[in-house]
Design a binder for this molecule. Structure first.
Ligand code: TYM
Length: 329
């Protein structure tokens, strides 16, 4: 039996955080051995908010290098830049025409990102239609993401059904794939907000490339509630529960093991060990990252990825265009 197809991507619009790592990247690495995987850097999505050209290029390379440093093997999985496979933009347009305004208006991520802005780019609004195209181009079965992408995935499934109904069976209906613990890592300064690279307060997130001492400082300053019990209770102890999730993922421990380990000890020893667990998880990735960036091999890997991705995507785009009544030459 052929392997199930997996596709996912991250925006190169700032530093990748521990949230990106735990919510998605760790699962990319895990799935590559059992599935046929496509991992992209979604540089077309990044420009839905203004980007400086030099930074966009640097961040696109940085995200690619972090994928590899985290353990993605480019000979096993296909790693590519979204903008290098033009079928994404093309199917993105076709998906936009299939999407209702009301569906896009309901997207909470759009509402959050647009809130308080005087002018909002149209691309930010139609962003989920492009994401649907990304996924549907590859007959994707599973999409490893954090749970902030649930609504976008629902729309993708709806659009796939709509297309199939209107034009005949074409698209596979994809499912999300989420980590059991840490599907939504929260900010260190406010557990009601998701940890995000776009936060103006660098103390609210841990970047995957933060130096060990910076990580230690950020964790020691992380907000905790006034109690002293290390207990997983997201309703009543959201801050501590968030830290326990991070610990569980970085040290490969269960929540119950962590609770038992710190019973009766208060937050002090827990936070200290947590910081060391995060450093131990990220430090080897940081070392490999530096080697990969200086190796000069990134563009070759991305060229190979583009070719493999293009071969798949072009086939699907052709099928879609034929179904819709385009003259395909
Ligand atoms: P992006 O770039 O915002 O985030 C990349 C991935 O990281 C996950 N993530 C988190 N998970 C847990 N806790 C957090 N605090 C956290 N922050 C981010 C996200 O859920 C995501 O999986 N729309 C997507 C990019 C995209 C995409 C796609 C994803 C475009 N096309 C096709 C999958 C398939 C996004 O903006 O992710």
């Amino acid at each position: 039996m052929s392997k199930l197809r997996v596709l996912s991507g991250m925006q190169p619009s700032g530093q990748l955080t521990l949230g990106n790592y735990i919510g998605a990247l760790k699962n990319y690495v895990k799935l590559q051995h059992t599935h046929d995987c496509y991992f992209m850097v979604v540089d077309l999505h990044a420009v839905t908010v203004p980007q400086e050209p030099e930074k966009l290029k640097d961040q696109s390379e940085a995200v690619t290098a972090l994928y590899l440093a985290a353990g993605i093997d480019p000979n096993v999985a296909t790693v590519f830049l979204q903008s290098t496979v033009s079928a994404h933009a093309e199917l993105g347009w076709l998906m936009t025409t299939l999407t209702y305004m009301g569906e896009l208006e309901r997207m909470t991520q759009f509402k959050d990102k647009a809130a308080g802005k005087e002018s909002v780019g149209a691309g930010l609004f139609t962003y989920p239609s492009l994401m649907a195209a990304d996924i549907l181009l590859y007959d994707t079965a599973l999409v490893p993401v954090g749970d902030d992408q649930t609504q976008h995935l629902e729309l993708t499934r709806d659009l796939a059904h709509r297309f199939n109904q209107r034009y005949g069976d074409t698209f596979a209906i994809p499912k999300g794939y989420f980590p059991e613990v840490g599907a939504r890592i929260m900010s260190l300064d406010d557990a009601s907000k998701k940890m995000s690279k776009s936060s103006p307060n660098a103390g609210s997130y841990i970047a995957m490339l933060d130096a060990p001492d910076v990580i230690r400082k950020k964790i020691s300053r992380a907000v905790t509630d006034s109690g002293r019990e290390v207990k997983f209770d997201p309703q009543n102890k959201p801050e501590v529960s968030n830290l326990i999730s991070i610990y569980a993922q970085c040290a490969d421990k269960t929540i119950a093991e962590i609770e038992a380990q710190y019973e009766g000890q208060g937050y002090g020893p827990f936070k200290k060990d947590l910081a060391e667990a995060v450093v131990a998880a990220l430090e080897p990735i940081q070392q490999r990252y530096a080697e990969i960036r200086s190796s000069g091999e990134l563009y070759d890997i991305l060229r190979q990825g583009k070719e493999r991705a293009e071969a798949q995507a072009e086939q699907m785009l052709k099928r879609v265009k034929e179904k819709m009544g385009y003259v395909v030459l």
